[in-house]
Write a protein of this length. Structure first.
Length: 130
């Protein structure tokens, strides 16, 4: 399983994007399920949980100011986990640098853009929705 995950995350490296274009990183669904959640009134509601793995190729150096960012095309609330690499993630016009192992959340409706610092970054996102 681990070999497949490594192989799937390396695929985007075969066709890197042009330096000036904004790209959407390919996301691979690695887990998907529906479960029940009980609301405040005691009613059970279906909740969908989807886990994606995204790979963001870099250029092997710190990005230059104004260099294109790669967008994560999710719009609902989600939790992000940087599995490997170092990135600068911009959400709501605020850039934060994360190192491998970091967790953070992205609020509903926000857009997260990634700038990879180094060769490659791999992010896992966990989306919880209806």
């Amino acid at each position: 399983m681990r070999k497949w995950l490594i192989a799937l995350t390396a695929l985007p490296l075969l066709c890197p994007p042009a330096a000036s274009e904004e790209t959407v990183a390919p996301g691979n669904i690695v887990f998907e399920a529906t479960t029940k959640n009980v609301d405040r009134n005691g009613a059970a509601q279906d909740v969908r949980i989807t886990t994606y793995v995204w790979s963001f190729p870099g250029r092997g150096r710190s990005p230059a100011p104004g260099e294109a960012l790669q967008e994560v095309p999710l719009r609902g609330f989600y939790i992000a986990h940087l599995l490997s690499g170092t990135i600068a993630a911009t959400t709501d016009d605020q850039a934060v640098e994360y190192k491998s192992g970091a967790y953070w959340s992205v609020k509903p409706g926000a857009t997260m853009r990634i700038r990879t610092i180094g060769e490659l970054a791999v992010i896992e996102t966990i989306v919880v929705g209806k």
